[in-house]
Design a protein around this ligand. Structure first.
Ligand code: 26W
Length: 820
């Protein structure tokens, strides 16, 4: 019966699993594979989810509650089974049932493929936000794309990254539900035609190509509150598999084209992070999911309201970076061409319903679509953008009369391109950055003109992470230990963890805490042995950098420092040195050559150092293959040191920094992004901060950089490391292999100035910070205190806190209770 929750009991559950095996696969338990058992368990859990899901949607309808549509090209949700069992508080009974059937629950969970529908920080943030929205009882929809192939799987072959297609739907994804009845049409190309209606011109598209957008819904299960929100991802299908009438009209060509369009649109996630590539298919993807999402949102709204002008009181569209920004002209189109409103009214609604989050200041990430492409693909949308631009320029003229330079700087259409960030700013009622320093840089530099025009739109929302996945699920030992001490309120209110502060001075607690860390390190060591075939010592310092590979994140500085340490140990075999394991995990965009070469360098260094018996295992270097949400969960729990070493000003926020902190790893980092706020919470004495400040970096950039040759000439140890890049030390078969990296640091290449990211400039400070880490680690008692203080200070970095701020300042949602 819908709406009634039957608490799972073990025997019924076992029976359900057995039944599922039978109906899904015609197998009994003795013949079933682990994958089959996983599916059978997932379907059993899903039944409970569905009851809650139906009840939630009913409660929302009844409350007539305002909802947020979180529009995002990426949702990096990670595995669902483990999280769902925890949220429903069914983990124990399921574990017992599965064990009694002869299986191990962890092994069953490992059968689930990560839905990897995102690249990195931005996509994972979207997933954390959905988790928090559900747990905090807020009505929300995630809107995205059902890529058939998500983020590629990474194999390391001969030290090089190889991309393997991520065929995540191969075995079927048990948690999704296809909702064919909500399919809609999205139109591309053709031209805009006009006809007069009641004395007014009416615009419509002709001769276009269509695709059918078909939604699949994924449940987002709140923790212990019966709330299940929906992540709706859109798949593209051909309108009709082969329309007979196209033959009649001699339109065979178009039918084939529409088939192809449908086939390609939702095929694959672009694996670029922080790098715009201007691909036509990408713009098609953007318009595809935005048009489908908005059409559906408006339709749903009109089912319970008759006045479209009320829309902003019931609906808010949050645009996750500029990727969904066609939402602005698409909403205008729907309001004018389909709902019959005039421009002013349509604009009043649109500019009250749309809000924009910026996630990066990297100029190469800015989306600028060529007019030619944009207007050919989206002719009606382009017309609307032109009009938005025309009126926007008038607004600027009004506020800054005669300031032509300002208009040129701010124009939405400029130099043959549509500047998406500017359109987002012009249309949104809220513009936010993702950490204090990032928002400041937006206001003072990147979006300064927009800040001067409308300062009231700007606000900061420092990112956060969900403690449900990154502590409760990822680190069960620590989670239990915390709950034993302060109760389990922290699971939905992370500010509770500050109560752990009193245990910092208790020796026994410290020992227990560090013992848990040790066990988690053993778990990671086993993972590394199994996946990489490398033996690491869990008693060594686990120094970890896991994130997308990008020059600004400076994995290169990290590995250069390892090379430097290795030289030192070789020169002074007897120098005191506590064993270190340097752990890397990173995917490089498939076309980003220098990033891929950096992966090769890390592996080349690993090869030499790991196989040098003379250093007695004092240094090990591990590159963990295929870093993804599931491996991340194991890695964070096991880290001793969190490497957050971006060039100051470049990392908008960072979120892995928070995951490490929560799991008790002090930050070794620059004053960048959310690191600054982390240090403020935990105290500078419980972190290792080094390097140039954002201001210094920006200053130096404005002066055209610096000359790294001075460092090369003056610092012998640095010079030696750099020479090892080009003398075959790590690449005897091809001494020239790393020449590009060497050049990028010293002479500049491809028209860039040398050392764009100030690696050599910060190198000494970085090495010195490492020395501070080693010294601190040697003081066992104090190190334990530092780690515990990091966990205890992590309260503000919950995405629950972030979401409450979005709700308070931007979305104005009300909590809805679901009672069963
Ligand atoms: C158009 C290509 C492209 C693709 C992705 C451009 C930009 C992106 C993302 C905005 C990059 C991204 O993930 N940014 C990260 O967002 C996180 C969540 O706010 C921040 O924590 C990271 O600092 C930021 O790099």
């Amino acid at each position: 019966m819908a709406g009634v929750i039957k608490k799972l009991d073990k025997e019924t559950l076992k029976q359900e699993i057995i039944n599922n095996l039978k109906t899904l696969y015609r197998k009994d338990v003795s013949e079933a594979t682990l994958q089959m058992v996983y599916q059978a368990v997932a379907y059993a859990v899903k039944e409970d989810v569905i009851d809650n899901w139906i009840a939630t949607q009913k409660a929302y309808d009844k409350a007539g509650a305002k909802k947020v549509y979180y529009l995002s090209m990426e949702f990096l949700v990670g595995r669902a089974l483990g999280n769902t069992m925890l949220a429903l508080k069914e983990e124990d009974v399921i574990r017992e049932a599965v064990e009694e059937l002869g299986f191990d629950l962890t092994e069953i969970e490992d059968e689930e493929r990560d839905p990897a529908l995102g690249n990195g920080g931005l996509g994972r943030l979207a997933a954390c936000f959905l988790d928090s929205l559900s747990t905090l009882n807020y009505p929300a929809y995630g809107c995205g794309i059902r890529y058939h192939y998500g983020m590629f799987r990474q194999k390391i072959e001969n030290g090089y990254q190889k991309e393997i297609p991520d065929d995540w739907l191969k075995n079927g994804y048990p948690f999704e539900i296809k909702r064919d009845e909500y399919a809609c049409e999205v139109k591309f190309g053709g031209y805009v035609a006009t006809r007069m209606e009641n004395g007014n011109p009416h615009f419509y598209q002709k001769n276009y190509q269509s695709v059918r957008a078909v939604p699949y819904d994924l449940p987002i299960v709140g923790y212990g509150n019966h709330i299940v929100n929906t992540l709706r991802i859109w798949d593209a299908e051909a309108i009709t598999s082969f329309r007979l009438d196209s033959f009649d009209r001699g339109d065979y060509q178009r039918a084939v084209e529409e088939q192809n369009l449908a086939r390609t649109i939702s095929e694959v996630l672009y694996p670029n992070d922080n790098h715009y590539s201007g691909k036509e298919l990408r713009l098609k993807q953007q318009y595809f999911f935005i048009s489908a999402s908005l059409q559906t949102a408006i339709k749903k709204f009109l089912q319970s309201h008759d006045n479209i002008r009320e829309l902003p009181n019931y609906v808010v569209f949050q645009m996750n970076d500029t990727h969904p920004t066609v939402a602005v002209p698409e909403l205008m189109r729907i309001l004018m061409d389909e709902q019959g409103l005039g421009w002013e009214e349509a604009w009043a609604i649109t500019s009250k319903a749309c809000a924009y989050t910026n996630h990066t200041i990297m100029t190469e990430a800015l989306e600028k679509w060529p007019i030619e492409l944009f207007s050919r693909l989206l002719p009606r949308i382009y017309q609307i953008v032109e009009e938005i631009n025309r009126r926007f320029l008038l607004e600027i003229e009004h506020k800054f009369p005669g300031d032509q330079a300002r208009k040129d700087r701010m124009a939405i259409i400029h130099d043959g391109q549509v500047r998406m960030a500017f359109m987002a700013c012009a249309a949104s009622f809220s513009i936010n950055g993702v950490a204090k320093i990032h928002t400041e840089i937006l206001e003072k530099q990147t979006l300064r003109d927009f800040y001067e025009l409308s300062p009231e739109k700007f606000n900061n929302k420092t990112n956060g992470i969900t403690q449900r996945r990154f502590l409760l699920h990822a680190n069960p030992l620590l989670a239990d230990w915390i709950t034993e001490r302060i109760g389990d309120k922290w699971i939905t209110d992370l500010s509770e963890v500050k109560k752990l502060g009193v245990y910092v001075d208790d020796k026994k607690s410290r020992q227990e805490y560090m013992n848990i860390k040790y066990k988690n390190k053993v778990r990671l060591a086993n993972y590394i042995l199994e996946h990489n075939g490398i033996v690491v010592d869990p008693r060594s310092i686990f120094d970890v950098q896991v994130k997308r590979l990008h020059e600004y994140k400076r994995q290169l500085m990290n590995i250069l420092h390892v090379m430097y340490l290795y030289n030192k140990i070789k020169d002074n075999p007897d120098m005191p040195f506590y064993p270190h394991t340097f752990i890397f995990g990173a995917k490089a965009a498939a076309g980003y050559h220098r990033a891929k070469l950096t992966i090769k360098l890390i592996n080349a260094v690993a090869d030499v150092i790991n196989n040098d018996a003379s250093i007695n295992g004092k240094i090990k270097v591990v590159f963990i293959e295929d870093y993804c949400v599931s491996s991340a969960e194991i890695i964070f729990a096991a880290a001793d040191v969190s490497e957050q070493i971006s060039t100051a000003s470049k990392e908008a926020s960072g979120t892995s920094n928070m995951k490490f902190m929560l799991n008790g790893a002090p930050t070794l980092g620059t004053m960048d992004g959310a690191n600054i706020e982390i240090v403020k919470e935990v105290g500078e004495e419980n972190a290792f901060i080094f390097g140039m400040s954002a201001e210094e970096v920006i200053q130096l950039e404005q002066n055209g950089g610096y000359n790294p040759m001075h460092i090369f000439n003056a610092d012998q140890e640095i010079r030696r490391v750099l020479m090892q890049l080009i003398n075959g030390f790590y690449s005897p078969d091809d001494p020239e292999r790393f020449r590009d990296i060497y050049n990028s640091l010293l002479t500049g290449s491809n028209g860039d100035r040398p050392d764009v990211y100030f690696i050599l400039k910060d190198f000494r400070a970085y090495a010195e910070a490492h020395e501070r880490v080693d010294k601190a680690y040697a003081d066992e008692e104090n190190w334990a205190k530092m780690c515990m203080r990091n966990t205890a200070a992590a309260g503000p970095f919950s995405s629950d806190r972030t979401i409450e701020e979005y709700v308070r300042d931007i979305w104005h949602l009300k909590k809805v209770e679901v009672k069963l």
